[in-house]
Write a protein that binds this ligand. Structure first.
Ligand SMILES: *[C@@H]1O[C@H](CO)[C@@H](O)[C@H](O)[C@H]1NC(C)=O
Ligand SMILES: *[C@@H]1O[C@H](CO)[C@@H](O)[C@H](O)[C@H]1NC(C)=O
Ligand SMILES: *[C@@H]1O[C@H](CO)[C@@H](O)[C@H](O)[C@H]1NC(C)=O
Ligand SMILES: *[C@@H]1O[C@H](CO)[C@@H](O)[C@H](O)[C@H]1NC(C)=O
Ligand SMILES: *[C@@H]1O[C@H](CO)[C@@H](O)[C@H](O)[C@H]1NC(C)=O
Ligand SMILES: *[C@@H]1O[C@H](CO)[C@@H](O)[C@H](O)[C@H]1NC(C)=O
Ligand SMILES: *[C@@H]1O[C@H](CO)[C@@H](O)[C@H](O)[C@H]1NC(C)=O
Length: 434
């Protein structure tokens, strides 16, 4: 135990050194300083501050010219520079050039299938894959390997989600989805005229746009009426209902409580005649219902009182005293607060008598008057005696904030109410010697 104070003082010494070290790190004075050369001073998420340099500058404070200034590498080349102890090595900037450009600044195009002769017509952009392999990126309206065709798909001529492909000489072809035909996929295929007929077992075929429907004769089912119908296989009854076959082609569903309808598809509304009290809202469930109660009530049917005074956080704020009532509560607020939960700060400025021309600041159960120049006092109703410069030149005048009176702080060698009396230092030194 005796050792601890010593240990902790060593620790605090270490902490102090750490702070000194940290305070040597870069610190933003505003959004620019101490960074230079138009850099921005920013803060990382972890609190460390740094300079984000403008293009063309480097270094902790952006105080070094970046040899990789914009425009050093041309044609999309990437510039890199050697750094030594945070300082760029002069003349060490190098460019890494994209395909087909060479030279220290990537300034010289190499002969390739793109250069000097651009094979892409109509302002197509030639992109090299290798030196002797390229592709054309065509502007809107042009297509083809060398952008030589007008793009006849530009007007989206294929209807009904047909896929357009542009041909030479301004023509196009549409590849149509099932159900549509014709050069622009505009013609609906009538599936019902097909032989053998689309719907089997004497099912009735109805053509629809892009498709068709089969209405099956009794005893058959399936999209094409291809299967024989077995009433309860599979069961059409939903929500756990049980299927009973009543003839070769009919069935009935026996539903679980809370459901009805031919296939038990309907959840019966249990809310009619509900018992949610005190403004509670009924929410239908399965064969039951729940009550959503207003905040003052709880319990299955919203008939139990909520004791608001026992809730966390306290219902009555700012030190108010809470009293629970059946179905509500009251707060008795402490001085300066009001409102049903004592959260409203009474505007003391509404009744304050700050002198006209001053600014009233509302506090809790009080107010402060901010006085204009030349006024003082709690209500700014007094004149500031210092305004008339009563103190001798070279002394400091202080105003008493209550009375408005002045008090002069005299420079060495002067005394008196207004510091006007020259002090007799000789007599003082005599006294002090005694
Ligand atoms: C600094 O940056 C601003 C905006 O980015 C620009 O308008 C201004 O010209 C720059 N000044 C210098 C000295 O680079
Ligand atoms: C703060 O974060 C930056 C970047 O995420 C990192 O470079 C720096 O080292 C971090 N500083 C500290 C003190 O963790
Ligand atoms: C330049 O750098 C970017 C990003 O790192 C990279 O995607 C690109 O391929 C580089 N270009 C060259 C020519 O090295
Ligand atoms: C590049 O092509 C031009 C003309 O097409 C030719 O004069 C020149 O010699 C070629 N350069 C190289 C390095 O092949
Ligand atoms: C493509 O260029 C490479 C080297 O530049 C060469 O070896 C190859 O034969 C060329 N291929 C064609 C098809 O010209
Ligand atoms: C498409 O429909 C039009 C008009 O209904 C008709 O004149 C044309 O012959 C049809 N084309 C095909 C390929 O069915
Ligand atoms: C389901 O039952 C409710 C109430 O019992 C009734 O009003 C409703 O018409 C029934 N619905 C069906 C589809 O049978």
């Amino acid at each position: 135990m005796e050792q601890l104070p010593g240990v902790s003082s060593v620790k605090s010494l270490v902490v102090v050194f750490c702070f000194i070290h940290l305070s040597l790190a870069l610190q933003c004075l505003n959004d620019k300083e101490p960074c230079v050369n138009n850099a921005t001073c920013l803060t990382f998420k972890n609190g460390t501050e740094y300079c984000r340099c403008a293009p063309g500058f480097l270094g902790e404070y952006c105080h070094h010219k970046d040899p990789c200034h914009p425009g050093f590498c041309l044609n999309g080349g990437n510039c890199s520079v050697l750094m030594s102890a945070g300082v760029p090595v002069p003349g060490s900037a190098t460019c890494s050039c994209p395909l087909a450009y060479i030279g220290p600044h990537c300034q010289t195009p190499q002969n390739s299938t793109c250069y000097p002769n651009n094979p892409c017509a109509n302002k197509g952009v030639c992109t090299l894959l290798t030196l002797n392999k390229s592709k054309c990126e065509c502007p809107r309206g042009w297509t083809g390997e060398k952008c030589e065709h007008e793009d006849s798909c530009l007007s989206s001529p294929c209807a009904n989600r047909g896929l357009c492909s542009s041909q030479s000489a301004g023509s196009y072809t549409c590849s149509c989805p099932p159900g549509y035909t014709g050069p622009r996929c505009l013609n609906d295929t009538d599936e019902c005229v097909a032989t053998p007929s689309t719907c089997q077992n004497e099912g009735l075929c109805v053509n629809t746009p892009g498709s068709y429907k089969c209405t099956c004769t009794p005893g058959f089912t399936g999209r094409h009426c291809e299967s024989s119908y077995i009433p309860c296989s599979p069961s059409p009854c939903l929500n756990g209902g049980t299927c009973h076959q009543s003839s070769d082609i009919s069935y009935s569903c026996h539903c679980l409580p809370g459901f009805n309808g031919t296939n038990c598809e309907h959840n019966i509304d249990d809310c009619p005649g509900h018992q949610c009290a005190n403004g509670g809202t009924c929410m239908d469930g399965v064969n039951t219902y729940n009550c959503q109660c207003p905040p003052e009530w709880t319990g299955q049917h919203c008939t139990e009182d909520v004791d608001e005074c026992r809730l966390q956080p306290n219902t009555c704020q700012n030190g108010g005293t809470c009293s629970n009532l059946f179905g509500s509560y009251v707060c008795v607020c402490v001085n300066g607060w009001s409102g049903p939960d004592c959260s409203e700060n009474i505007d003391d400025c509404a009744t304050a008598s700050c002198t006209p021309g001053s600014t009233c600041i509302d506090r809790v159960a009080s107010f402060v008057c901010l006085c204009p120049y030349g006024k003082t006092g709690l209500l700014c109703h007094r004149d500031d005696a210092c305004i008339s410069n009563p103190c001798r030149e070279g002394s400091q005048c202080d105003t008493n904030p209550i009375s408005g009176m002045f008090n002069c702080n005299c420079p060495p060698g002067y005394v008196g109410n207004t510091c006007n009396s020259d002090r007799d230092e000789c007599s003082i030194s005599e006294k002090e010697k005694l």
